[in-house]
Design a protein around this ligand. Sequence first.
Ligand code: T46
Length: 130
Amino acid sequence: MIKQIEFKPRGDERGSLIALEVNQEIPFSIQRIYYIYGTKPDVSRGFHAHKNLQQVIFAASGACDLLLDDGVTKQTIRLDSPEKGILINGVVWREMHNFTPDCVLMVLASDVYDESDYLRDYDEFLNWIK
Ligand code: T46
């Protein structure tokens, strides 16, 4: 499942603040947070799916394109706002392209890092979802 989540900014005259809480904006228990930044121009990342991991992804700063492919349908979502998150819950191939130099891509994950949860070969991904 792929779902767009709108985060509610709690702004005042000083600026904005967004709070993300488990069982509110985030539908799983967060076990890990990582962020991707300083991506070089014309570099793409990702090119894998996860067997079990759930993630919420958003651009805290800057922008990038997130390509999501469930094996049937491909969609590209421009992540360009700290108020817009994408929930990925299921075996979905993902690629990230067209990073702006200031992009900070935040990822909230339902589990700790486990390389055996990755499907890094596209044919293996297609076989897995069959
Ligand atoms: C994803 C997309 C959105 C760790 O040691 N711990 C970690 O928690 C992570 C995420 C990565 N690593 C190591 C593994 C590699 O040696 O950091 C290196 C770069 O990871 P990777 O090439 O997988 O990075 P991306 O940007 O291609 O993909 C990442 C996540 O791995 C992935 O889960 O969904 O961001």
